[in-house]
Design a protein around this ligand. Structure first.
Ligand code: NAD
Length: 294
């Protein structure tokens, strides 16, 4: 049994912590929101009064927080108070610069650290099938891997510190762009009198094939489990897609990479969010492309 401190028990953190409890670990959690602490307690997490109390005597510290500034402020608060040899795993999706700063704070205090953002959403967090994209030294990754296992379907060591976040935002930039591409193709097909099913049957087995089409099809019918069949209830909210696209554009600017379609996708998702769809599934952008602005 390992003692794990879990900071950030929101939509993702709570089911992830629950899977660590189920795997037999001693999980001590903290969040700022009392309702989230209640859920954690019901799941078998020992609720602590604050983050430093959760971290005291923990072997592993996992953070699952909204953005880079939250991670850095929590790290400033807890790293110095952790026991020697504690491993820090940050699974939040944050900018690469903040991820590297978080590694630097851990290193300054002689701690190992891993950035390990996830894909798979709340469904994957609950089922314990998340994909983890990890960045950090071989030693840190070797220590993190068995801890991540009960929450994971797949764990990929992407490289040194920050590489996990880099992989996450590159992947989600592909996703944002491809969802708009698939949406545009369905809208064009409608105008040309081609049925959704016919386009799906052709493109899903041809060169247009991609995850946005075959797993997450943005029109109802061809893929019964996709959010389009449930009124575009998320799934993966448009607000989170916009967050990740913005991170990709910050990173592209800092690194000097040309990402014109990433930039365009960011603009389109910003508009979609502004029109009141931040809480809709991101595949609902097809309705915006069709001109339905309600
Ligand atoms: P959330 O807002 O539900 O959870 C974040 C939690 O952090 C909140 O409960 C908040 O109270 C807590 N928090 C903030 N500051 C804190 C502090 N100083 N101390 C303790 N707790 C604090 O968000 P979420 O959906 O669980 O997402 C968490 C992270 O995972 C984000 O970075 C998000 O981008 C990423 N992510 C989310 C999804 C998803 O589908 N929800 C998928 C992949 C990645």
């Amino acid at each position: 049994m390992t003692s794990i401190a879990f900071i950030g028990l929101g939509n993702m953190g709570n089911p992830m912590a629950a899977n660590l409890v189920k795997a037999g670990h001693d999980v001590r959690g903290f969040d700022l929101v009392p309702e989230n602490l209640k859920v954690a307690r019901d799941n078998g997490v020992t609720v602590m009064a604050n983050a430093p109390a959760a971290v005291k005597d923990a072997d592993i510290v996992i953070t699952m927080l909204p953005a880079g500034k939250h991670v850095l402020s929590v790290y400033e608060d807890i790293v110095a108070k952790a026991a020697k040899d504690t491993l820090f795993i940050d699974s939040s999706t944050i900018d690469v610069g903040s991820a590297r700063q978080a590694h630097a704070i851990a290193a300054k205090h002689g701690m190992l650290s891993v950035d390990a953002p996830v894909s798979g959403g709340v469904g994957g967090a609950t089922a314990g099938t998340l994909t983890f994209m990890a960045g950090g030294s071989k030693e840190a990754f070797a220590k993190a891997e068995p801890i991540l296992q009960p929450m994971a379907g797949r764990i990929v060591h992407c490289g040194e510190g920050g590489a996990g976040q880099a992989a996450k935002i590159c992947n989600n930039m592909i996703l944002g762009i491809s969802m708009i591409g698939v949406g545009e193709a369905f809208v064009l097909a409608e105008k040309l009198g081609l049925s959704h099913q016919a386009l799906f049957d052709v493109a899903s087995t041809s060169s247009g094939q991609c995850w946005s089409l075959t797993t997450y099809c943005p029109v109802p019918g061809p893929v019964p489990a996709s959010p389009a069949n449930k009124g575009y209830k998320p799934g993966f909210a448009a607000a989170l897609m916009l967050k990740d696209l913005k991170l990709s554009q910050e990173a592209a600017q800092a690194a000097g990479a040309a990402t014109p379609l990433g930039a365009e996708a960011t603009q389109l998702y910003a508009l979609f969010n502004q029109l009141g769809h931040a809480g809709d599934d991101f595949s609902g952008i097809i309705n915006f492309l069709r001109g339905a602005q309600k």
